[in-house]
Design a protein around this ligand. Structure first.
Ligand code: MF3
Ligand code: CO
Length: 253
């Protein structure tokens, strides 16, 4: 079931999203060569709690998972796409680091992610990160009442193709609000005009994930998802709401 949120509910999700946006801004500043992933996790947890929220990923146990997730952020490097665990590994020159975080505030979840390259990075890495950021922008531009969910995937795929990178297969965005993961799946590929009709009040986490290789992923023992061909991957994510007239980003400053 795809929920339709009221204006009041969307305002609440926006407040959760505002805390998350500020958390992400703080995390971006903390990213530096030599810093541990665990440090970023500590900063996120403390910042969110200080704002009166709770880290949404901490103790989260999706159906099928063997144990709850024991951190507040996911830190996924290079060929790891998502769900990388913030260990005491340090950030190294050239790392393509994805930081994914969620906030629970006043009963509402928000979800967001960004990618940064530590240091300058190769041309290939820069192109990938730029393309993935563009894919999120274009996906959001495709969203308005009367559009279809396939338009979102089409936009992501179009940017990927034009940039010479691939869409990561099998990992998707999702509805978000009362739950961290709600219906529908928001695919990063699709056809214009196909799939769910977008209506005011729907709230989605849009999360394009692109890669330099062929797009196949597998889950590792630590439950992170990695590119099978060890190519680089990037991800950007915003929580958005569909309004009467268009779209509102709920996780930007
Ligand atoms: N943003 C991640 C996703 O949409 C959520 C990870 S939840 C975790 O898949 F608890 F597993 F980290
Ligand atoms: Co998400």
């Amino acid at each position: 079931m795809v929920r339709i949120y009221t204006k009041e509910e969307i305002d609440k999700i926006a407040r959760s999203g505002a805390v998350l946006a500020r958390t992400m801004a703080v995390l971006k500043k903390e990213v530096a060569i030599g810093v541990t992933l665990k440090h970023l996790d500590d900063v996120a947890r403390e910042y969110i709690r200080n704002e009166g929220g709770e880290p949404a990923f901490l103790n989260y146990q999706p159906g099928g998972a063997e144990h709850p997730y024991m951190a507040s952020i996911c830190t996924s490097i290079n060929e790891i796409v998502v769900h990388g665990f913030p260990t005491d590994r340090t950030i190294k020159v050239g790392d393509v680091l994805k930081v994914d975080c969620g906030v629970l505030l006043d009963g509402m979840y928000s979800d967001s992610a960004f990618t940064v390259i530590a240091g300058k990075g190769t041309q290939k890495a820069q192109n990938l990160v730029k393309a993935t950021h563009k894919a999120l922008e274009e996906a959001i531009k495709a969203i308005r009442p009367g559009a279809h969910i396939g338009d979102i995937g089409y936009a992501v795929e179009y940017v990927a193709k034009r940039s010479g990178v691939s869409v990561v297969q099998g990992l998707t965005g999702h509805g978000v609000g009362y739950g961290l993961h709600e219906d529908p799946y928001v695919y990063n590929y699709g056809n214009k005009g196909e799939g769910l009709l977008l209506k005011p009040g729907m709230v989605f986490a849009i999360e394009p994930m692109l890669c330099t290789g062929r797009g196949q992923v597998k889950q590792l023992k630590d439950e992170s998802w990695a590119m099978v061909d060890k190519g680089l991957s990037a991800q950007f994510e915003h929580t958005i709401a569909i309004t009467e007239t268009g779209v509102k980003i709920l996780t930007s400053l």
